[in-house]
Design a protein around this ligand. Structure first.
Ligand code: DGP
Length: 120
């Protein structure tokens, strides 16, 4: 994926503020933070989204995400993990990434304009 910006970050062709890295995964600060702690965690292998990722990659990324939370000091205070998928999910960068948000009490409000109880 030559044109994928996160693949370029993996290859160090674009700069990023790295928090943690190993052979398979990379964690770096989001360029547009929405919380005091806002980290993006990605597999170096390109997957368009969570919908395409393999179980083995998910198995590997789980302890990596837990380690990122420890490095950032939010493992005890708590954090939110989000992955946006496709158009309705609001995904802008088509390389699987997990947003790790924390450092403050996060809000949890209606996420869509339509009535969330309409389909109940
Ligand atoms: P999403 O909407 O889930 O696809 O989120 C994409 C996130 O990626 C968004 O919060 C902004 C961030 N982002 C986009 N381009 C760059 C970049 O070049 N560097 C960094 N560090 N973050 C980026």
């Amino acid at each position: 994926m030559a044109e994928c910006i996160f693949c370029k970050i993996v290859r160090k062709e674009l700069p990023s503020n790295i928090v943690l890295e190993n052979e398979q995964f990379l964690a770096f600060h989001d360029i547009n933070p929405k919380a005091p702690v806002h980290i993006l965690i990605i597999p170096k292998e390109h997957f368009d989204s969570f919908q395409e990722v393999t179980p083995s990659t998910m198995e590997g990324i789980t302890p990596f995400i837990q380690e990122v939370a420890k490095v950032l000091g939010v493992d005890s205070s708590g954090y939110r993990l989000i992955t946006n998928i496709g158009e309705n999910g609001g995904q802008e960068v088509k390389h699987l990434h997990f947003h790790l948000l924390g450092g403050a009490k996060l809000k949890w409000e209606h996420l869509a304009d339509s009535n969330p109880k309409a389909n109940l």
